[in-house]
Design a binder for this molecule. Structure first.
Ligand SMILES: *Cc1c(COP(=O)(O)O)cnc(C)c1O
Length: 453
C-alpha cells in the first residue's frame, strides 16, 4: 500500500510528464534521464494536464499565488516555487533547490518611456537575481529535479553543460547550493575572466577544451551519454518550466492585467517559448482572456530567427553567428526553434533585429534614465524604438521590456562604450570621467560650465 504522500506524488507524476512536441504519444517521467523524443528525436516539453488544475478556479489560483509572493515560507518565497503546482507538482519540499529566485522588480520606466513616446513602458529586471540573469529561474527547477532523482536512487552523480556565460554561472551556483558536482565545458582561450569566474568561484569542475563552443557541445553530449551525468543545456525542457514563471509573474505584478507587448532578447529561443507556455496555461485556466503580443529581439550578427520570420517560417534558417556585444545570444542554430514559432504564431508576435550601434545606443540612452542595461537588453530596447517609429507599438500601449541580465556582468561593454572604443559603434552618449587638478577654482569652473547646459 502506498502512503497518502506517496500516492499523491504518484498522481502528480501521472498528470505532469514529458511529451514529444511533434505529437508522439508516449509519456515519459520527468525523473527519467531523457532529453529528446526516443521515437522521432524532437524536443520534449513538460506537459501539465489541465483537468486536475481546474479543481481550483481562476480566482483561487490568483489568491494562492498572491498570498505566497515574496514570503519567507519554504519554498514559496521563490517566484518559481510560489507556483509549484504549475511547475513540478511532484517535487518534495526537501528536494527543492532554491535561493528564492524570481519576484524580480517590474518598474515603470517613466522618463525613458516619455522620451520614446510610450509613457506606459515597464522594465522587468530579471538580472536582479542570484547569478545576475534569468537563467536562475530554469536552473532551480533542473537542479531540484536532479536532487529528487538522486534521492530516489538514480545513477546520476553530477550535472554538466557547455556554455560560456549565464547558463554555466546559474548551473554552477545551484549545483553548489545543493552539493551536487557540476562540470562546465568551455572553449579554451575564447572566454573572458568575467565569464569564467562565476563557475570557478562556485567550485564547479571547469574544463577548458581546445575547441570552439560547438566542439564543447559535442563532447558534453558524448560524456553524458551513459546517463551518470545529467545534461543541463537548452534541449533540456525542465528549464522552460521555471522560465515560464516570468510571464505569470509580470501579469501578477500588474494585478492580473495583461500588457499589450512583451519584448525579449532571444538566442536559443527557450525564453520566448517559456513566456508563451506560461501565458497559454493562464489562458487555459481562465486567469487571463487575451495574449500579449510577444516580440523576439535579435542581433543582426546572430539573426537566424529573424531570417526565418522574414521567410514566413517556411524553412528554418541557420547562420554562422558572428562576434557581437550581445554575446549571450550569439547563436546560429537555435534549439527551441519549433516551440518559438508557436509562441510567435499564438501571440501575433514579431521578430525584429538590431545592429551593434543600435543596441549600444539604446542601452546607453536607457542608462541615462537611471538603468544599467546589459547589451541584450540593449537589443530589446533598440527593437522597441524601431517598432515605435514604425507605428506598430502605439503611444497608448502598455509595453514590458524584459531585461535578461545585470549590466554589472558586462562592464567591458560599458567601459568600451564610454571610452568610444567599441567596433561599429558611435558613442553618441559617451560620458567619460574628466581628469582635473585638485584646485577648487578649476573644479568650480568645470561644474559651472557643465551645469549651464
Ligand atoms: C540566455 C540569455 C538570453 C537568451 O535566452 P534564450 O532562451 O537562449 O533565447 C538572452 N539574454 C541573456 C542575458 C541570456 O543569458
Amino acid at each position: 500500500m502506498l502512503s497518502a504522500v506517496e500516492s499523491k506524488l504518484d498522481t502528480d507524476q501521472q498528470t505532469t510528464y514529458f511529451r514529444c512536441i511533434a505529437g508522439c504519444s508516449a509519456k515519459h517521467s520527468i525523473y527519467d534521464v531523457i532529453y529528446t523524443c526516443p521515437s522521432c528525436g524532437n524536443l520534449l516539453e513538460v506537459h501539465h494536464e489541465r483537468e486536475p488544475l481546474k479543481k481550483r478556479d481562476a480566482n483561487q489560483w490568483k489568491q494562492l499565488f498572491d498570498s505566497r509572493a515574496s514570503t519567507s515560507t519554504w519554498p514559496y518565497g521563490s517566484g518559481v516555487w510560489g507556483m509549484r503546482e504549475w511547475v513540478v507538482p511532484s517535487l518534495a519540499d526537501e528536494n527543492v533547490v532554491s535561493m528564492f529566485e524570481g519576484n524580480t522588480n517590474l518598474f515603470w520606466a517613466e522618463r525613458l518611456g516619455q522620451q520614446l513616446g510610450v509613457p506606459d513602458l515597464w522594465i522587468k529586471l530579471c538580472g536582479n537575481s542570484h547569478t545576475g540573469s534569468f537563467k536562475d529561474l530554469g536552473m532551480t527547477v533542473l537542479v531540484s529535479v536532479v536532487k529528487q532523482m538522486m534521492a530516489q536512487g538514480s545513477a546520476v552523480k553530477a550535472v554538466a553543460c557547455a556554455s560560456t556565460g549565464d547558463t554555466s554561472a546559474a548551473l554552477a551556483a545551484y549545483a553548489a547550493y545543493a552539493g551536487i558536482p557540476a562540470v562546465i565545458f568551455l572553449p579554451a582561450g575564447k572566454v573572458s575572466t568575467a565569464q569564467l569566474i562565476q563557475p570557478v568561484a562556485n567550485g564547479a569542475h571547469v574544463l577548458a577544451l581546445d575547441t570552439d563552443f560547438d566542439g564543447c557541445m559535442k563532447i558534453v553530449q558524448e560524456v553524458t551519454k551513459d546517463n551518470s551525468i545529467y545534461l543541463a543545456n537548452s534541449m533540456n525542457s525542465l528549464r522552460i518550466e521555471g522560465q515560464k514563471t516570468v510571464g505569470i509573474e509580470i501579469v501578477r505584478q500588474f494585478d492580473w492585467d495583461v500588457p499589450d507587448w512583451i519584448i525579449i532578447p532571444v538566442g536559443n529561443l527557450g525564453n520566448i517559448s517559456a513566456l508563451h507556455k506560461g501565458f497559454q496555461l493562464m489562458m487555459d485556466l481562465g486567469l487571463i482572456t487575451r495574449m500579449p503580443r510577444l516580440v523576439a529581439a535579435q542581433t543582426v550578427r546572430a539573426n537566424p530567427f529573424y531570417e526565418s520570420f522574414q521567410n514566413g517560417f517556411k524553412e528554418k534558417v541557420r547562420v554562422t553567428a558572428k562576434d557581437t556585444l550581445a554575446n549571450a545570444i550569439r547563436i546560429g542554430d537555435p534549439v527551441s526553434y519549433e516551440k518559438a514559432i508557436k509562441a510567435i504564431a499564438a501571440t501575433d508576435g514579431i521578430v525584429e533585429q538590431a545592429t551593434e550601434n543600435e543596441l549600444a545606443a539604446a542601452a546607453a540612452h536607457a542608462d541615462l534614465t537611471g538603468m544599467f542595461t546589459c547589451p541584450h537588453t540593449g537589443v530589446a530596447l533598440a527593437v522597441l524604438t524601431k517598432l515605435i517609429q514604425r507605428g506598430v507599438i502605439k503611444s497608448s500601449d502598455k509595453t514590458v521590456v524584459i531585461s535578461t541580465a545585470h549590466g554589472l556582468k558586462f562592464t567591458d561593454f560599458k567601459v568600451g562604450y564610454h571610452e568610444s572604443t567599441l567596433e561599429e559603434v558611435t558613442s553618441q552618449y559617451a560620458n567619460p570621467a574628466v581628469h582635473l587638478p585638485a584646485n577648487a577654482d578649476v573644479v568650480k569652473a568645470e561644474i559651472e560650465k557643465r551645469l549651464m547646459h
